[in-house]
Design a protein around this ligand. Structure first.
Ligand code: CA
Length: 232
């Protein structure tokens, strides 16, 4: 079935650009030019994925994301002219999947859309085994492997890896991660999280100073990158 995308954007030049790109890639899509119209259209068309501009005429894009998140978990990619780290954090904390700053590269947007769609398909399969490049995680047994060799992780390292893999392709902010793991060992401490990430990388990455799987977004958080088959 064709992926159904709702684009919320009031800028005509960008709408034209997206129309060309989304049609070329065979996606089904529709537009809303403000937040109220977006909510109405989202309810009637049940989109699989959202692309949302933060600067909308009637409400802030993060407000729209907050409203959508009360009833849908489908991926939201933010497109925005705002380049401040605090805006990115706010959009991601509110529940956006990904963030691209205008002017953006169309190829890159299409790649982000594909990554988000792969994640929907993966979540729908709800498998107990996660694979990504050479990494394999057996969620039922709480074990992780690289090249079929088990890697020995501390409980915290495993939880962090588990969380990032469950959200593969998505940037998780420090807040997202600390909130998810709050009840356990981090106690809201970003420094402990950094230390845990450093030791986890040493065990997972071939070269921990040039990580392939676990990407840092400086000042924002971390993302597990989906490795494409031709990278492995
Ligand atoms: Ca705008």
């Amino acid at each position: 079935m064709k992926t159904n995308i709702l684009v919320v954007e009031d800028d005509n030049a960008i709408r034209n650009l997206l129309t060309t790109a989304l049609s070329a890639f065979g996606y089904k899509f529709c537009y809303a030019s403000n937040g109220a119209e977006a909510i109405k259209t989202a309810v009637s068309t049940q989109p699989d994925l959202f692309i949302i501009d933060l600067g909308l005429p009637d409400m802030d894009g993060t407000e729209l994301i907050r409203k959508l998140r009360t009833w849908t978990n489908n991926p939201i990619i933010v497109l925005s002219a705002r380049n401040e780290i605090s805006d990115k954090i706010q959009a991601l904390d509110t529940g956006a999947e990904d963030y691209l700053t205008k002017p953006f590269n169309v190829e890159e947007l299409m790649a982000r859309i594909r990554a988000a769609i792969r994640k929907i398909n993966y979540n729908n399969k709800s498998s107990n085994i996660f694979t990504n490049g050479k990494l394999r995680i057996d969620y039922a047994a709480n074990c992780a492997f690289i090249d079929n060799v088990e890697i020995h992780l501390t409980p915290m390292e495993y939880k962090l890896l588990w969380l990032l893999s469950r959200n593969v392709g998505k940037i998780l902010t420090y807040n997202n991660i600390l909130k998810e793991l709050w009840l356990s060992d981090f106690h809201g401490d970003t420094q402990s999280l950094r230390v845990c990430m450093a030791t986890l990388r040493k065990k997972i990455e071939e070269n921990s100073s040039k990580p392939l799987y676990l990407q840092t977004h400086v000042g924002i958080g971390y993302r597990m990158v989906r490795i494409s088959d031709d990278n492995t």
